[in-house]
Structure formats: C-alpha cells, structure tokens
Design a protein around this ligand. Sequence first.
Ligand SMILES: CC(C)(COP(=O)(O)OP(=O)(O)OC[C@H]1O[C@@H](n2cnc3c(N)ncnc32)[C@H](O)[C@@H]1OP(=O)(O)O)[C@@H](O)C(=O)NCCC(=O)NCCS
Length: 154
Amino acid sequence: MKPEIGAAIFIRRVGLNRIDDLLALEESSFPTDRISRRNLRNLLRSESACCLGAYSSGALIGSMVILFRAGTRSARIYSLAVSEAARGRGVGRRMMARAEQEVRKRGCVKMRLEVRPDNIPAIRLYEKLGFKKTQELSGYYEDASSAHVYRKDL
Ligand SMILES: CC(C)(COP(=O)(O)OP(=O)(O)OC[C@H]1O[C@@H](n2cnc3c(N)ncnc32)[C@H](O)[C@@H]1OP(=O)(O)O)[C@@H](O)C(=O)NCCC(=O)NCCS
C-alpha cells in the first residue's frame, strides 16, 4: 500500500493478529531466507524479541524484529522490511531510530545486523546511522551469498 503523502506513520509493537500482513511483507521483501510462519509466531510471542510495525492509515507498511539474548548487552536486528510502495520516504530510518530506543530501554549498548553485500539501500541506511562493517561471513544466506556484519555502539 502506498502511504498518502503527509499521512501520519506510526511505529508500534505488532501482534499475532497481523501475522498474515507480516508474512506478506516478508515475502515481497526477501527473495530467500524468509521467516516462516512458525518462526514468526514464536518471535511474536517471545519475551526476547521485539516486533515492531510501521502503520499508515491502518495498513502495515513496515516491519522489524529485534532479538535480545540473556547475558549479552548486544541486540540484533533480525529483520527490517518496508513495503515497496512506501520505500524512500524515511520509514526505514524511523524504524531504525525506534529500534535504537527499544535497545537502550532494555539496557543494551550495542547493535548488530547482517546484510547482503549487494543490498545498497540497506547498507546506505545503516552506514548513515553510524553502523560500521566489522566482519564478513561467507556462505551465510540460503543461496550461499556472504553477509556483511555491521555493528554500532550506542
Ligand atoms: C532497506 C529498506 C528497509 C530501506 O527502507 P526505506 O524506508 O526505503 O529507507 P528510508 O527512506 O528511511 O531511507 C533512509 C536512507 O537509506 C538509504 N537508502 C534508502 N533507499 C535507498 C536506495 N534505493 N538507494 C540508495 N540508498 C537508499 C539512504 O541513505 C536514505 O537516506 P536519504 O533519504 O537521506 O538519502 C528498504 O529498502 C527495504 O525494505 N528493502 C527490502 C528489504 C531489505 O533489504 N531489508 C534489509 C535487510 S538487511
């Protein structure tokens, strides 16, 4: 769905009732390595995951999953997606800013994420927000593509 220019965009916790919308967004955003329904259901119920949605006029136009682990003050951005029609309007940047708030609230001081080396929009976004490439993981994705690991100290 294309958000109307000027329509308010809200970012808030997303619940199990939006699982179909989340899966549709996931499917249209990622060619491989998609979150399965079962995995997503577990994430939506888990205390160690924070699932956020971006909404415009009630429609889900963005999603994000942040993972937390006991014993570490580093949080992981597990997934970030903005619907194609809503891209390039600052939604991804706002979701990342909100993620940073959630991560701080949970007492974490570091964030990490993985990204495909050819995902220029995402890499630009992360670098703009102060993430630095720290590692390369070969054969990381289902199609054997490597991943770049980006980290940020808060
Ligand atoms: C990556 C993604 C989340 C960005 O979301 P978005 O809402 O379009 O991003 P924003 O509009 O907030 O853009 C913020 C910054 O990101 C960068 N960016 C976003 N889209 C870009 C593009 N197509 N080309 C280059 N840079 C881009 C720019 O630096 C931009 O800042 P600017 O507007 O000041 O130039 C979105 O493209 C997406 O969902 N892609 C498919 C799923 C995906 O790849 N997720 C990331 C997995 S690691």
